[in-house]
Design a protein around this ligand. Structure first.
Ligand code: CMC
Length: 432
């Protein structure tokens, strides 16, 4: 429970207002304004949630000034080095690291929920032949709610848990099927002998006539990327999931809403946008021109993969990925690919440039994730899908946390109305 103190006195409209201050386990104090409108008739205004906490949470902690990220109290660096993705998924879902038998059981459950209902496969054929895999994900994940009527009671904790397991287990299968549809190949079924990440690669790259042997370094890199992308507290997509869930919508619909929010280039779509940007830059000789464009306020161009709302030091996930990026580029990628040289040069220049230094715009996780995925031969339009698979456990953990929070109520922001004052209707013939 959060400790509360009466601390703040504010002079507004010649009234002194007492507001409660919430003291978190870690992080800045927060002023509780929930009763401000009811008691004083005053709203708070904070577009983009620059200074607003939307809930209490015990899942993930970020200190953006110090570059700290922790899942359930465990530093991301330790998890990245020592854990497996499903171990981290268990930690996020249940709050504690699993012991050996808990992990075996969880692994078994997830592995045995990976298959899709045969009828669900028909949905893929309804999409245009070159549909973006994220568009397919939004539709197909939302449609899962049409298949599990028997376990969709959101007030039943066991139903909630089964839905969580189904979502985590089926996301790689749906993602791979979306990709297969996009390249007009038959869907490949999951293989229960493979790990979560190896199975994803197998479903993406095997064909009915050719087996696929996942490369161990590729599996290691994806395991790492998935751990780093697993949760990030109240980002846009997680907040979307919470807001959708606050109306008591079913979990499949809520996660579909999260996927839609993740798709934007300011959020999870950035990894795809980084590679598109590198293609547009094209050559080392063009870098200066694009740095100048990024600095020009009249030009909408931004250096994709740079900057973060919360991290004003260095994104700790980017720090970890940089090392893996070098390893993958050295061991797996075509070292002659000019794209990689371009990325490294861009990073070097931006890290020295006054504009980026002053605004604390460092490379973020998605600057490197896109480069690694490219080196692993994952197509550009699948990058954000990979992010969505990894983030599903974060979304689901927040949804579960919200659903068992006694303070949970429908999310309903207010507004500052700036439109026309009241006026009378003018009949059509009398309008100028
Ligand atoms: N390139 C050039 N200038 C930038 C960039 C950039 N990538 N990012 C921010 N700025 C400038 C911006 O113009 C503003 O300058 P000024 O103060 O002179 O007006 C200042 O930096 C602050 O920017 P902001 O837009 O107010 O910051 P924000 O916190 O609202 O936006 C952001 C954060 C991530 C949306 C933004 O940095 C951005 O668009 N970055 C590129 C997209 C990207 O890489 N997104 C992935 C984020 S990490 C993955 C995830 O968790 O979603």
């Amino acid at each position: 429970m959060t400790e509360k103190h009466y601390l703040i006195q504010e002079d507004t409209a010649q009234k002194k207002i007492d507001l409660e201050v919430m003291k978190p386990v870690q992080g800045p104090l927060a002023v509780d304004v929930t009763k401000l409108y009811r008691d004083q008739g005053i709203l708070t205004y904070d577009p983009g949630f620059m200074s607003t906490a939307s809930c209490e949470s015990s899942i993930t902690y970020i200190d953006g000034e110090a570059g700290v990220l922790e899942y359930r109290g465990y530093p991301i660096e330790q998890l990245a080095k020592q854990a497996d993705y499903l171990e981290v998924a268990y930690l996020l879902l249940y709050g504690e690291l699993p012991n050996r038998s808990q992990l075996l059981e969880f692994d078994h459950i997830i592995t045995h929920h990976t298959m899709l209902n045969e009828n669900l496969k028909d949905f893929f054929g309804g999409f245009h032949y070159d549909a973006h895999p994220m568009a397919i994900m939004v539709g197909v994940v939302g449609s899962l709610s049409a298949f599990y009527h028997d376990s969709l009671d959101i007030n039943n904790p066991r139903h909630r848990e089964i839905s969580a397991h189904r979502l985590i287990a089926k996301m790689p299968t749906i993602a791979a099927a979306s990709y297969k549809h996009n390249i007009s190949e038959p869907i490949v079924y999951p293989d229960n002998d493979l790990s979560y990440c190896a199975n994803l690669l197998q479903m993406m790259f095997a064909t009915p006539c050719e087996q696929y042997q996942p490369n161990p370094l590729a599996v290691e890199a994806i395991n790492l990327l998935f751990i780093l992308h697993a949760d990030h507290e109240q980002n846009a997509s997680t907040s979307t999931v919470r807001l959708a869930g606050s109306s008591q919508a079913n979990p499949f619909a809520c996660i579909a809403a999260g996927i839609a929010s993740l798709w934007g280039p300011a959020h999870g779509g950035a990894n795809e946008a980084v590679l598109n940007m590198l293609t547009e830059i094209g050559d080392l000789s063009n870098i200066d021109k694009y740095i100048a464009k990024a600095k020009d306020k009249k030009d909408p161009f931004r250096l994709m993969g740079f900057g973060h709302r919360v991290y004003k030091y260095y994104d700790p996930r980017a720090n970890i990925l940089r090392e893996m990026c070098t390893k993958v580029l050295n061991e797996l990628a075509d070292s002659n690919n000019p794209m990689f040289e371009l990325a490294l040069k861009l990073e070097e220049i931006a890290l020295k440039d006054e504009y980026f230094l002053q605004r604390k715009l460092y490379p973020n996780v998605d600057f490197y994730s896109g480069i690694i995925y490219r080196a692993l031969n994952i197509p550009n339009n699948m990058f954000t899908v990979m992010f969505a698979i990894a983030r599903t456990v974060g979304w689901v953990s927040h949804w579960l946390e919200m659903m068992s929070d006694p303070l949970q109520r429908i999310g309903r922001p207010r507004q500052i109305y700036m439109g026309s004052p009241r006026r009378d209707f003018v009949p059509l013939d009398e309008r100028s």
